[in-house]
Design a protein around this ligand. Structure first.
Ligand SMILES: [Mg+2]
Ligand SMILES: [Zn+2]
Length: 186
């Protein structure tokens, strides 16, 4: 059976988003957000893969190298308890018109194919409209979270809903107003 995954955007979701037009260029600029580690552990315990999908245009702009980003990701995963199964990154610039830069669904599609993920039973969690568009285009469920907030509650709700679904209990609508939830076809 295919696996389920939670695709997480990186900046503003796992680590503090840099100011506009800037990037996390070195480890010193990587500020992990509160309870991100706990949230990732919960995702793994619940049987989902953790896949980070991130646009890092700073590489195309020559502000950092691909190897720098990979190095930071290795360290980031260590700090977060080793629960990240994969990172999928777009290093292109906007005018390169690649298939992987979000809001395009390329990163999710590539991961789904390589890691045998069932997109319909998976989620994209991100802090921007581009993340939501990417997920919807790829056929996942989506959850918008606050920029530089704490994703633990959103994650808890997602994996909780998944468990109820498996047991055949009707899924509950939560009255949370601060988070938006949309599904494909709605
Ligand atoms: Mg972001
Ligand atoms: Zn790309």
């Amino acid at each position: 059976m295919k696996k389920r995954a939670i695709f997480l955007d990186r900046d503003g979701v796992i680590n503090k988003e840099p100011v506009e037009h800037d990037y996390v260029k070195n480890w010193g600029e990587m500020k992990i957000l509160p309870e991100a580690k706990k949230a990732l552990a919960l995702i793994k315990q619940s049987g989902y893969l953790v896949v980070v999908i991130t646009n890092q245009r700073g590489v195309a702009r020559g502000l950092m190298r691909e190897e720098d980003v990979h190095g930071m990701h290795k360290k980031l995963n260590e700090k977060l308890g080793g629960n990240i199964d994969a990172f999928y990154c777009c290093f292109h610039n906007v005018d390169e018109n690649c298939e992987c830069r979000k809001p395009k669904p390329g990163l999710v599609r590539m991961a789904a194919e390589e890691l045998k993920i069932d997109v319909e039973r998976s989620w994209v969690v991100g802090n921007s409209v581009a993340d939501m568009e990417c997920g919807l285009a790829a056929g996942t469920k989506v959850r918008l979270v606050e920029t530089n907030g704490n994703i633990f509650q959103a994650v808890k709700q997602i994996v909780g809903d998944g468990k109820k679904g498996q047991r055949g209990v009707k899924s509950t609508r939560y009255g949370t107003k601060s988070v938006k939830e949309r599904s494909p076809g709605k």
